[in-house]
Write a protein that binds this ligand. Structure first.
Ligand SMILES: C[S@@+](CC[C@H](N)C(=O)[O-])C[C@H]1O[C@@H](n2cnc3c(N)ncnc32)[C@H](O)[C@@H]1O
Length: 375
């Protein structure tokens, strides 16, 4: 089975049990900054959502993406709080069905839409959103950088991503063999690809062009949650439910002891991170023609900068629209604006956020390469 198939199977088989025992929020609780506040566990789960919003400084949002939404516990909460439209993604069809029932019951079916979709298939066309919310799903994603890049692409300029995720402690010092073994066990039992530290998330977000990137370690605040989950799993109805749910759920329950151990050893961390997609403007690009193929072609290009758009003129007296930054990613811009206007030319681009390589494929078969640098 692929990773996504295993994740789907895990949630398809264990969701009912979780809903019966814990309800619609499938995430940790928050027990005060030092984890010492005694409170009802469901209240602690709501507190985690509220603390994250507070920490993220989110006071309004009208279009929200809940990336990895479970049965939509957060999605409905955010929809109500901000009177927003929320789209939630999950890999589990069982969760989609359950979410629809919850949405109807809450009278939110016109505001909250939960679909079965891999968040790594998101494109700019799925957006724009002014908030991307990611509550304890990032740890399931094998390509963390791609995930953040997709968040960037679906956000509107000025929009924010807010994420709470399982992490590993910062290195160095390098993880010891017993730590690696523990992480392997947790990863295997919960279907997680290798986790990264919150500091690494931060680095990736900054590299991708997010601004106001902030992160924090909330491990102490959430660690008491696992004791409560273990206790609930030991009750008779849960035990029976567990046996009925089958192997993946039993494995998940078995893994709980390793979660508490992971926090105790300081190996496992609960990280939060936020970043803002920059507002549009003031950004412009320099265009450098690179010698390639027919140099003559390149050398006879001239570039003019008009109203933020750089036009290049080739020796063949064709105009090429090179670039403009509208807060859209390059590929998005090229696909949305450039391609339809130049039906006989093909444009392709690489995806780095600091430097774009644009290839203009002329009908005659020649290709011109341009490096585009953000400044
Ligand atoms: C621990 S649950 C958290 C659910 C929800 N955020 C909450 O707090 O109640 C993890 C969720 O991530 C989803 N997930 C994992 N990998 C995903 C992917 N590649 N695309 C979309 N959803 C994914 C799972 O389907 C599941 O709904």
């Amino acid at each position: 089975m692929t990773l996504n198939e295993r994740i789907r199977h895990f949630y398809d088989t264990s969701t009912k049990l979780w809903l019966d025992t814990w309800g619609e929020h499938m995430h940790h609780g928050h027990y005060g900054d030092d984890g010492k506040e005694i409170k009802d566990h469901q209240q602690a789960q709501s507190d985690l959502v509220n603390n994250l919003l507070l920490w993220g400084g989110v006071h309004e949002a009208s279009r929200i993406l809940d990336a990895g939404c479970g049965v939509g516990g957060s999605a409905r909460y955010l929809a109500k709080l901000f009177d927003a439209k929320v789209k939630g993604l999950t890999l589990s069809p069982v969760q989609v069905t359950a979410a629809k029932i919850y949405n109807e019951k809450a009278g939110l079916d016109d505001q909250v839409e939960i679909v079965e979709q891999d968040l790594l298939t998101l494109t700019a066309a799925d957006g724009p959103f002014d908030l991307v919310w990611s509550m304890e799903s990032g740890e399931h994603i094998p390509e963390k950088k791609q995930m953040l890049e997709q968040f960037y692409d679906v956000l509107s300029p000025g929009g924010k991503f807010l994420m709470a995720t399982w992490c590993i402690r910062q290195e160095p010092p390098a993880l010891r063999p017993e730590e690696l073994q523990l992480l392997d066990t947790i990863g295997d039992l919960y279907n997680l690809p290798p986790m990264i530290s919150i500091e690494k998330y931060r680095e990736l977000a900054q590299e991708l062009g997010f601004t106001n990137v902030q992160s924090a370690d909330w491990s102490a605040a959430v660690a008491p949650f696992w004791k409560a989950v273990i206790q609930s799993a030991l009750s008779l109805p849960s035990f029976v439910g567990l046996v009925r749910a089958g192997i993946p759920a039993i494995k998940g329950a078995w893994a709980m002891q390793y979660m508490t151990k992971g926090y105790r050893m300081n190996t496992l961390k609960f990280g939060v991170i936020q970043g803002t997609k920059p507002e549009i403007h003031r950004q412009f690009f320099l265009v450098f023609p690179l010698a390639h193929g027919n140099r003559h072609h390149v050398e006879h290009c001239c570039f003019v900068y008009v109203g933020g758009v750089i036009f290049g003129r080739s020796c063949a007296r064709n105009w090429i629209v090179a670039v403009h930054y509208f807060g859209l990613s390059w590929c998005q811009y090229i696909h949305r604006w450039v391609e339809p206007r130049l039906p006989t030319w093909r444009l392709t681009a690489s995806t780095s956020h600091t430097c774009r390589l644009l290839r203009v494929h002329f009908p005659c078969g020649q290709v011109m390469r341009l490096s585009l640098f953000r400044c």
